[in-house]
Design a protein around this ligand. Sequence first.
Ligand SMILES: C[S@@+](CC[C@H](N)C(=O)[O-])C[C@H]1O[C@@H](n2cnc3c(N)ncnc32)[C@H](O)[C@@H]1O
Length: 221
Amino acid sequence: MKTPGHQRVKTARRRTAASTRWLERQLNDPYVQKAQAEGYRSRAAFKLIELDERFSLLKNARRIIDLGIAPGGWSQVARKKAPQAKIVGIDLLEAAPIEGVTIFQNDFTDPEAQKKLIEALGGAADLVLSDMAANTIGHAQTDHLRTMALVEEAAVFASETLREGGSFVAKVLAGGADKDLVALLKRLFGQVKHAKPPASRRESSEWYVIAQNFRGEAYQG
Ligand SMILES: C[S@@+](CC[C@H](N)C(=O)[O-])C[C@H]1O[C@@H](n2cnc3c(N)ncnc32)[C@H](O)[C@@H]1O
């Protein structure tokens, strides 16, 4: 059922049914409207705001890494809530500059790119964020496995980068391999919780893992 004020989008000759549906969803999504009103580049910003309200991630962070930074919503939130922090981010895609944030356009899985992130941060991280998802091909199990491989690499990187007591937050796609990730994180962190922030679309299989109180020992395989 359509709610009052719901905007319909007519199909146009050069638009596919899927892109018409996407446009209609964007136009009627309160988080998209809120992001525009508050100057955030993505509706994803509200996921971090909600996670931060629940898990108090940003307040005392001095060094933050943002994996999958583009278009930049999460780093905008981090700048606002932790103005004192040094923030370094990376994405395959270009992200427009954000004042006070160092941005690399590289593949995170490239070891050279990981070295650049660590050098630019200039010390152990308090918080490693990952909102990365691999490009989807439409086959749910393959998409799940590819994203989970990326998240596992982010978790290992976090264990090499965080200070003892630090935190790691990552987007996860539900499916068999998320159990392995949680088991890995429990070895590395004192607390591992999961959350589906209200801004995360109900129909999406994504959820977020929040690993806190890093034990201080890098993953050894
Ligand atoms: C959902 S978006 C991030 C949105 C962001 N948190 C925000 O608030 O604006 C996920 C990003 O992960 C990036 N990504 C996926 N694989 C990556 C990789 N191997 N290296 C770097 N970035 C990657 C994508 O290019 C995409 O921009």
